[in-house]
Each structure stands twice: as structure tokens, then as C-alpha cells.
Design a protein around this ligand. Structure first.
Ligand code: FES
Ligand SMILES: [Fe+2]
Length: 419
């Protein structure tokens, strides 16, 4: 072991959380390469379910879709008889990526390096020159293809989403989510879906800053000027935060019709509350009420790497993958329902302008997480302060002026990392 590695190992083992618990997150967590390595092992290859793709992305036999679980490249396929398989995208010969495209339809999976060929479920089916050429060379007599396959992941589908895990011992996805989270996902995704568009972006921050940001209901109407100016989303709307039983996942919900303008907006120095602007194209925000529970805004996270957003009629799945300690790739899938009329699809697409890399709202999140990364990297021993809404990690069903879901993330993170 090199001296550098030795120092790093010791350093991660010595890490201890501040005594104030999950109201603090040490800045070291966003910059330390050794902690980053441990996360790959304990979170992404540990006892978690990770979003892989949608069922409808691999509808036909032979369809595949590539993705990553943490940094590990993964292939998801639709095998014979319609069964979904997931496996590490790494050839059992010398480790090359086997599938190179984002998606395709193939009869089998073939590695370009030396043409090892795999079944759609990852079993090795053929090895080029296995018996040599003209009686010479080739694999040893005892070469057994059954011993060499693409490493499988366990997969499960829930409400049209395919999840994968490396863990042998983990509950099913619905139990992992817990009843409250599962039932709200059924509300949003429990009918045939249609993909309206996708895109991805690189954000220049540790993946956990994005996981925090999704759970940070406190920032939305402060940072996002558009929300407040056009009264799309404000904390004086009726709403709250539900944490899952284990506190790892959360749901933030609000009802736009129930906005009672609060004096706090005028009193506080909320930079976004004082613009008098009107939209030239009010059609951007034309919306219809889809559910009879009155909830018009929801952000729901699933630990560790995804969220489902429903803002007015803009339904989207976001998932993110670490690309190094200070880089994260963020993916967006904009959705509608199969049953939608053309007009409804048009309205969903129009509203999707609010989010994404160049969106009217969420472009700020791409920046703000980087500002945190840049602001904190010089002082790994300092910590953030998160006591908005108290110090507890409990649901707060009457307000979103709280950091309880962020504390919930750190609660889950500490559980699984053993910190
Ligand atoms: S690395 Fe894939 S066949 Fe050699
Ligand atoms: Fe945001």
C-alpha cells in the first residue's frame, strides 16, 4: 500500500460527525476522496435501490439502456419473454464497456474488443477463437463459459420505474419506499406514461449537495425569483413535508390555490418578492388541476439518487450520478400520461420550461450548489448549520419553512455510511 493511500484510509476511519448531529454537515463530506470511495461501496453498491430507467425505455425484446449506479456502469435489457435484466457494463474478459450507446436494440450483447458475446441476461454465449485458429492457440480445455458472465444486479419495477441493487439482502422496492412514499408515487406514476423529452447536464458539485437541494424546501421561493414573482410557488401556500418511516426519502407538497399572502415576504429581505412583472406569454403557466387532493406542487425524493417532481402539470423524474468528488451528472425525463390529449401534452411541455439546465427556475440550482462547493472546499473541518424548523427529523405537515428533509437525508446517510 502506498503511503498516500495509507494516510487516506486512516483519515476516513478517523472521521467523526459533530456532536450536534444531523443539524450539521461537515464540509469534508463534499471534498474528501476517501469518503467518496466509501460512498460507492456503502451506498451505491450497498443496501439501496437505485433508479435505473423507465420500463417504457426498454419496451421490446432486445432493447437496452445504459446508465450508472454511482460510478459503476450498468446495462438494463429487456430479455426474452419480456423479463428485465440489469448487469454491470463491463466485459468479463478484460473489463471493457460492452454496450457503448445510450440505447439500442440488439440480438445479443457483444464486446468490441475481442468479440465476447453475451445473452440479453448477461450469460456468456460465445468467445471468438475459443478453439484457436488452425488447431493452435485458443482457450484452455477447462475453460467454462458459465464462470464468466456480466455481473448481475437485482432488479425490480415499481410504477413503471426500474430499480436495481447490488445488495443480496434488501427488502423489495415498495417496502424500501414505505407506505406513504409508495402511495404518492402511485398517485403520480401509477398509469401508463409517455416520455415527452429528456436531457442531462453536468453540475460542478458533490452529488450530496444536489441530494440536499432537492430536500431543501426552504430555498425554493428565496432563490428562485421566477417562482415568487409570478406566484408559482411560495411558502405561504398551504403545504408541508412528509418523511418516510426511515426518514431517508421525503415528499414536499403544496396547494397553490391555498396561498394566503404572508407578511413575512414583505418584511424579510426576499429579493424576489418585490418585482412587479408580468409575463408576455401567460400561456407558459396555464395549468389544469389533475388531482382532487388540491396538491399542485410536489417534489419527492428516493434515497439516494432520484426525485419525482410534479409542478403544476410538469411531471419529471430527475436522477443524478456522481462523476468524481466534485462533479455530478443530472438527468431529466419529462413525462406525461399515455391518455393525455395533445393539448395537455403541449401544456406539460410548455411548463417544462421552468426546469432543466436552461429553465426559468431550476438553472439557479445548478449554480447554487457549485457556489456551496466553492465556498466550502477550503475548510473541510467547518460544518453547515441546519436548524430551520427545529432540530428534529420528523414530518412537518403544516409548513415548508423547514430543513427537516435535509436532516432526513443526513440521517439516512449516517445510517448507511456508519458515520
Ligand atoms: S475486453 Fe471484451 S472481449 Fe476482450
Ligand atoms: Fe431549487
Amino acid at each position: 500500500m502506498s503511503p498516500t493511500v495509507q494516510v487516506e484510509r486512516k483519515h476516513a476511519a478517523e472521521f467523526s460527525w459533530p456532536p450536534q448531529g444531523v443539524t450539521r454537515a461537515p464540509y469534508r463530506l463534499f471534498t474528501d476522496p476517501e469518503i467518496y470511495k466509501l460512498e460507492q461501496e456503502r451506498i451505491f453498491r450497498g443496501k439501496t435501490w437505485n433508479f435505473l430507467c423507465l420500463d417504457i425505455e426498454i419496451q421490446n425484446v432486445g432493447d437496452y439502456r445504459t446508465t450508472t449506479v454511482g460510478e459503476t456502469p450498468v446495462i438494463v435489457t429487456r430479455g426474452h419473454e419480456g423479463k428485465v435484466h440489469a448487469m454491470v457494463n463491463r466485459c468479463a474478459h478484460k473489463g471493457a464497456l460492452v454496450c457503448l450507446k445510450k440505447k439500442d436494440n440488439v440480438a445479443s450483447l457483444s464486446c468490441v474488443y475481442h468479440a465476447w458475446n453475451y445473452e440479453l441476461d448477461g450469460r456468456l454465449k460465445g468467445v471468438a477463437f475459443r478453439n484457436g485458429v488452425r488447431g493452435h492457440g485458443g482457450m484452455p480445455e477447462d475453460f467454462d463459459p458459465k464462470q464468466h458472465r456480466l455481473r448481475p444486479l437485482r432488479v425490480e419495477s415499481f410504477c413503471g420505474m426500474i430499480f436495481g441493487t447490488f445488495a443480496d439482502e434488501i427488502e423489495d422496492v415498495e417496502t424500501y419506499l414505505g407506505p406513504e412514499m409508495a402511495s404518492f408515487i402511485k398517485r403520480n406514476l401509477g398509469r401508463p406514461l409517455r416520455i415527452l423529452g429528456t436531457h442531462s447536464q453536468m453540475i460542478h458539485n458533490n452529488w450530496k449537495l444536489y441530494a440536499e437541494n432537492l430536500r431543501d424546501s426552504y430555498h425554493a421561493t428565496l432563490l428562485h425569483t421566477f417562482y415568487t414573482t409570478f406566484k408559482v410557488n411560495r411558502l405561504d401556500m398551504d403545504g408541508g413535508i412528509t418523511l418516510s418511516e426511515r426518514k431517508w426519502h421525503h415528499l414536499s407538497f403544496a396547494r397553490r390555490a391555498k396561498m394566503q399572502e404572508a407578511a413575512e415576504y414583505a418584511d424579510a429581505k426576499v429579493h424576489s418578492a418585490n418585482y412587479e412583472s408580468a409575463l408576455d406569454g401567460p400561456g407558459l403557466l396555464e395549468a389544469w388541476e389533475e388531482f382532487d387532493d388540491g396538491i399542485t406542487h410536489s417534489i419527492q425524493t428516493v434515497f439516494p439518487n432520484m426525485c419525482i417532481q410534479f409542478t403544476l402539470n410538469s411531471l419529471a423524474i430527475r436522477f443524478f450520478a456522481p462523476r468524481g468528488v466534485d462533479q455530478t451528472e443530472l438527468f431529466w425525463i419529462y413525462l406525461g400520461y399515455e391518455r393525455d390529449t395533445d393539448e395537455q401534452s403541449r401544456m406539460r411541455v410548455m411548463q417544462s420550461n421552468l426546469t432543466g439546465a436552461a429553465g426559468l427556475v431550476s438553472l439557479e440550482d445548478g449554480c447554487i450548489n457549485e457556489f456551496v462547493q466553492r465556498g466550502t472546499r477550503a475548510d473541510p473541518d467547518q460544518s453547515s448549520f441546519m436548524e430551520m424548523g427545529g432540530r428534529e427529523v420528523e414530518s412537518e405537515r403544516n409548513s415548508r419553512a423547514t430543513e427537516t428533509a435535509v436532516r432526513g437525508f443526513w440521517y439516512g446517510y449516517r445510517n448507511i455510511m456508519g458515520f
